[in-house]
Design a protein around this ligand. Structure first.
Ligand SMILES: Cc1ncc(COP(=O)(O)O)c(C=O)c1O
Length: 459
């Protein structure tokens, strides 16, 4: 807990208010209230600068701290690596880089190469560049377009915002790079294909219709989240992923799965796509790779893709001419190795599955008591609760009221999330992604807080 004197606390908050520009934040909010300043964490427990304790049900706010706070063994591994060697550009190899790549690939059958960088956006940009280069060097520049899905998010850079299915995230930042084409979302609760007998197949077929419209010979890749995260926690319906894979193979389109949120155990498997029996060509990951103890992202691909850069028409420019300076920071793979050891040795994938069952049962119980819950969906320790003003019409609950539920949980000491300024009219889903170490008692505490908050907004 914080041992700062009241004067120190005041100074820090004043310095923050004066000079820090917070992410995703309208600073007018700080005209009325101080920004939150967190100072310490252990497991799922978190303390702010005033000594208030919270239970964090969103793993660092944005589904990142998969193994929980306060892991001394990760800090030690990073410390040991940094005093030995902190950095050399990733054009050279490193001991933790080689070891982590080997261990990662061992958990991703069919994949073979790891390209290091430092954020999810960057990892996704690498794929976009690889796809463009494959098009230039193997398809005469024709297969240059990249498909992305309505409601999905792939990052904050201009390149990834061009592939953004959440209009409120990209608004005001265009114009964007051409060649990014949207396909429909697959959320059955907000059905776009009401007559479909099999919704999963119908939603996948909708992707194929876009492919046919654009011309398959113009499309290089399809980029999808395995389970849409910030767009409303959307688990694709039965049959969807198999059909998507089949469509991509038939049209010679590379399949890029963005595991930035689902990777490293969130859904009870190492990667989200492994729940669906598919074999991607690219997998990107970031947040949970080192649980936020160091900045590391990976773009993972197959030997077949890698080979395209060893034997290409590009002559001297045929290899992948890309660098991420801090992709050579060795704190990243050192932390990632220890993070992976913890997930394995503490059987956290099992815990994610087992506690996920408890969480789902409790949330479905909540749904029976609160008509404001329209839909509950998720997998493992990754859940969304869609709130509606009317269950019959499914009219979304007003974003301000959803925000009030988040605030009321916080008042009870429980931090939950919500879809936030992403989808006009549909920022109405509460999000839960507790660390993979969550206990049964903590799940009950989280659900109890939501229960109380929902009762309060109904009163
Ligand atoms: C699915 C997904 N992809 C990519 C990103 C971007 O990651 P980063 O913020 O590390 O650039 C995010 C961030 O929330 C994400 O949710």
């Amino acid at each position: 807990m914080s041992t700062l004197s009241p004067n120190d606390q005041t100074d820090i908050v004043a310095a923050d208010r004066a000079h820090v520009w917070h992410h995703l934040t309208q600073h007018r909010a700080f005209d009325q209230a101080d920004p939150a300043v967190f100072v310490e964490g252990h497991g799922l427990r978190l303390w702010d600068i005033e000594g208030r304790e919270f239970l964090d049900a969103v793993s660092g706010g944005v589904w990142t701290v998969n193994v929980g706070y306060g892991r001394r063994s990760i800090a030690d591994a990073v410390h040991e690596q940094l005093v030995k060697l902190n950095y050399f550009a990733a054009s050279a190899g490193s001991i933790p880089g080689a070891r982590f790549a080997e261990q990662l690939i061992a958990r991703m059958p069919g994949m073979s190469r790891v390209y290091y960088s430092t954020s999810g956006s960057e990892a996704n940009e690498k794929v976009f560049k690889m796809v463009r280069q494959i098009s230039a060097q193997h398809h005469g520049g024709r297969k240059w377009k990249i498909l992305f899905r309505e409601r999905d998010y792939h990052g904050t850079t201009l390149g990834t915002l061009a592939a953004c299915g959440q209009p409120q995230r990209s608004a005001a930042y265009g114009p964007f790079a051409p060649g990014f084409v949207e396909v429909p979302h697959c959320l059955e609760y907000r059905s776009q294909f009401p007559d479909a007998a099999r919704y999963g197949e119908a939603a996948a077929d909708a992707i194929e219709h876009v492919i046919e419209r654009e011309g398959a010979d113009t499309i290089g890749a399809l980029c999808l989240e395995p389970i849409t995260a910030g767009g409303g926690v959307i688990v694709p319906p039965q049959g969807y992923w198999q059909r998507v894979q089949e469509i991509c193979r038939r049209h010679d389109i590379l399949l890029h799965v963005d595991e930035v949120v689902c990777g490293l155990g969130r859904t009870g498997t190492w990667f989200g796509y492994q729940n669906f029996g598919i074999q991607p060509d690219f997998v990107t990951m970031a947040k949970g790779v080192a649980s936020g103890y160091a900045a590391i992202a990976c773009t993972v691909t197959t030997e077949a893709v890698f080979e395209k850069f060893r034997h290409a028409d590009g002559g001297e420019l045929g290899y992948f001419r890309d660098i991420s300076t801090f992709g050579g920071c060795l704190a990243g793979p050192a932390a990632a190795l220890e993070n992976m050891r913890i997930i394995e040795d503490e059987r956290l994938l099992d815990n994610a599955r087992e506690m996920g069952v408890v969480l789902e049962r409790e949330l479905r119980g909540l749904m029976e008591r609160h008509a404001v819950i329209g839909d509950v969906r998720g997998l493992g320790l990754f859940w969304g609760i869609e709130l509606v003003a009317d269950r019959e019409t499914r009219c979304p609950l007003d974003e301000a009221l959803v925000g009030r539920v988040v605030g009321l949980c916080r008042r009870q000491g429980v931090l939950i999330g919500m879809t936030n300024r992403s989808l006009p009219g549909f920022n109405n889903t509460l999000c839960l992604s507790p660390a993979l170490v969550v206990s049964h008692a903590q799940i009950l505490q989280i659900v109890r807080a939501i229960d109380v908050a929902l009762s309060e907004i109904a009163a």
